[in-house]
Design a protein around this ligand. Structure first.
Ligand code: GLY
Length: 254
């Protein structure tokens, strides 16, 4: 069964980290309603959702994806690249401990889960402003013994690797070629987003279903033309905090 760990939106969300976006007021009530709808959409797809309580002093803590990489065999607790986000990992490690053997990224390594894209036994790790080579070396030491290959990928112009590329079926990626080179992913089908929708490459694959945001209608048309018909969920208020669909859940088999 698929399980998701999520976390309620912090009342401090308007103090979130911002790297590529201007600060705009975030409507907390709207963000919470949208996030609840996202959790409902996961439940409707048969996912068991554990929703952790809000963290009043951790603005970005709704973006649980950045705190761990959960695989079938183990989980890696990250060391987020933004100092304000370091305290987020402790409660996630506690939540995952009953389910998985845990490894932890240690200094000088920094890693955000948003930089980690797993496709089969291949794990792509973005070298971004948040994740570094020291963390990639640690990831290899933890995960090569389980048969995973770790490949580092340069990303530019966006926060995380998964701002630029996500998986939309077993062998297909949705890519913003302005932020990551599609040539990094040989053997996989590539769907390019519409160039007018820079943030449209973030979809959440849930089993055989895809969650996607209705705010990217042109890229949605491209998905549908190729037979991918996503469930639509709007997390646009958290988009102002540089978050997207994958950021808001840790999904794993249980
Ligand atoms: N605001 C999301 C992040 O910067 O991590």
């Amino acid at each position: 069964m698929l399980t998701a760990i999520t976390r309620h939106v912090s009342p401090a969300i308007d103090r979130c980290e911002l790297t590529h976006l201007e600060r705009n007021p975030i409507n907390l009530g709207r963000a919470r309603l949208q996030h609840r709808a996202y959790e409902h959409a996961l439940r409707d797809l048969g996912v068991k959702v554990y929703s952790l309580p809000e963290e009043p002093n951790l603005p970005d803590s709704v973006f649980v994806e950045d705190t761990a990489v959960v695989l079938d065999e183990c989980a890696v607790i990250t060391r987020p690249g933004a100092e304000s986000r370091l305290p987020e990992v402790e409660s996630i490690a506690q939540a995952l401990a009953p389910h998985r053997q845990l490894f932890s990224i240690l200094a000088p390594g920094t890693l955000d889960g948003g930089d980690v894209l797993k496709v089969g036994r291949m794990i792509y790790v973005g070298l971004s402003g948040r994740s570094n080579q020291a963390a990639i070396i640690q990831m290899r030491a933890f995960l090569n013994p389980f048969g995973y290959t770790i490949k580092s990928i340069r990303v530019s112009g966006c926060l995380h690797l998964k701002s630029a590329v996500t998986q939309v079926s077993i062998d297909t990626l949705l890519v913003n070629p302005a932020w990551v080179e599609a040539g990094n992913f040989p053997g996989l089908n590539i769907i390019e987003i519409d160039p007018s929708e820079s943030y449209a490459a973030n979809a959440l694959l849930v089993g055989e279903n895809v969650l996607y945001q209705p705010v990217y209608p042109r890229s949605l048309e491209r998905l549908e033309a190729l037979g991918i018909h996503p469930v639509l969920v709007d997390e646009s208020e958290l988009g102002k905090a540089e978050g997207a669909l994958t950021c808001c859940a840790l999904l794993f088999n249980n």
